[in-house]
Design a protein around this ligand. Structure first.
Ligand code: ZN
Length: 140
């Protein structure tokens, strides 16, 4: 028996990594779910179109198994074990300094949800490390 994760699992992990790599700030689990849903274009609901109208998808479809793959949260945990993502404190001194500089500290503090886990991409410094990590990802 192969221990390789099924292809949809690898695809979901790749998408999560791409989302976190592209984000300037740590993202909460619900924010990642919403990006996975991509405004209903990547709905993981049981019925296609259950959240088709753009901007309408609350993306809770990505918190349960669906036709596009497994739920996101267990994959975040798996990526955390692989050292590819890490939990982040948010807001944090960096984000607060940025918000002060941008003049939106109030919104920054109000928008950040202390009940949520925030995640960040763990930088791997070289392509070699990154490729090694991809192999680990596919073999885990
Ligand atoms: Zn959806």
């Amino acid at each position: 028996m192969s221990r390789r994760p099924a292809t949809p699992t690898v695809a979901v992990r790749d998408q999560i990594l791409a989302i976190l790599r592209g984000a300037d700030d740590p993202l909460s689990t619900p924010q990642i779910l919403i990006r996975m849903g991509n405004g209903g274009r990547n709905c993981n609901g049981p019925r296609p179109g259950s959240c088709r109208s753009p901007g309408d998808c609350p993306a809770w479809c990505w918190s349960t198994p669906g036709p596009h793959g497994p739920p996101v949260y267990p994959q975040l945990r798996a990526l955390e074990r692989l050292g590819l993502v890490a939990r982040a404190h948010y807001p944090n001194p960096d984000s607060i300094a940025k918000a002060v500089a941008a003049g939106n500290l109030y919104h920054h503090i109000v928008d950040a949800d202390p009940r949520c886990v925030y995640w960040r991409y763990v930088d791997t410094d070289t392509d070699e490390v990154f490729n090694e990590v991809l192999r680990a990802l596919e073999g885990s």
